[in-house]
Design a protein around this ligand. Structure first.
Ligand code: FES
Length: 146
């Protein structure tokens, strides 16, 4: 696609995350061309830029579906059976973590704590929080996203 890689070059490493976020906002993910351009502007290897990008669960290096599910994988949610929620999402959509449905409707990601531990297990779909999850609730929740 034309124009990718036209993200403000990073001034220094501290600026790198901001540049990655900017690309994420602009394209919905960080395209390979942008990663390469940022690596070049900082004179660091491409894999280092990938490393930084993959550290943040809100930055994706591949195109995502229309709705992005982020199930919390941090300890308080984990202790409240977040694994069962992950399994329910995977079963309902027929995809694994890091995958997107063939129709582009959902991407399934995990995230670190989203600040809803008191209502664990929790997840976000796009910006919407969903809390006190049970496997039974998943089907109903997913139905409301098109
Ligand atoms: S640990 Fe899941 S929301 Fe905080």
């Amino acid at each position: 696609m034309a124009g990718k890689g036209v993200v403000t070059p990073a001034k220094d490493r501290a600026d790198l995350v901001e540049c990655l976020k900017e690309a994420q906002r602009q394209y919905g993910y960080v395209p390979e061309e942008v990663i390469a351009a940022l690596a070049e502007s900082l004179a660091i290897p491409v894999h280092e830029v990938y490393g930084v990008a993959s550290f943040y669960s809100y930055i994706s290096t591949r195109p995502l579906g229309r709705n992005v599910i982020r199930v919390c994988k941090s300890l308080p949610c984990y202790l409240k059976s977040a694994e069962m929620i992950m399994e329910a999402v995977a079963k309902e959509l027929g995809i694994g973590v890091g995958e997107t449905t063939a129709d582009g409707r959902f991407s399934f990601e995990l995230t670190n704590c989203i600040g809803l531990c008191d209502q664990a297990p929790a997840m976000l779909i796009n910006q919407d929080p969903h809390v006190d999850l049970t496997p039974e609730k998943i089907k109903q929740i997913l139905k409301s996203y098109h």
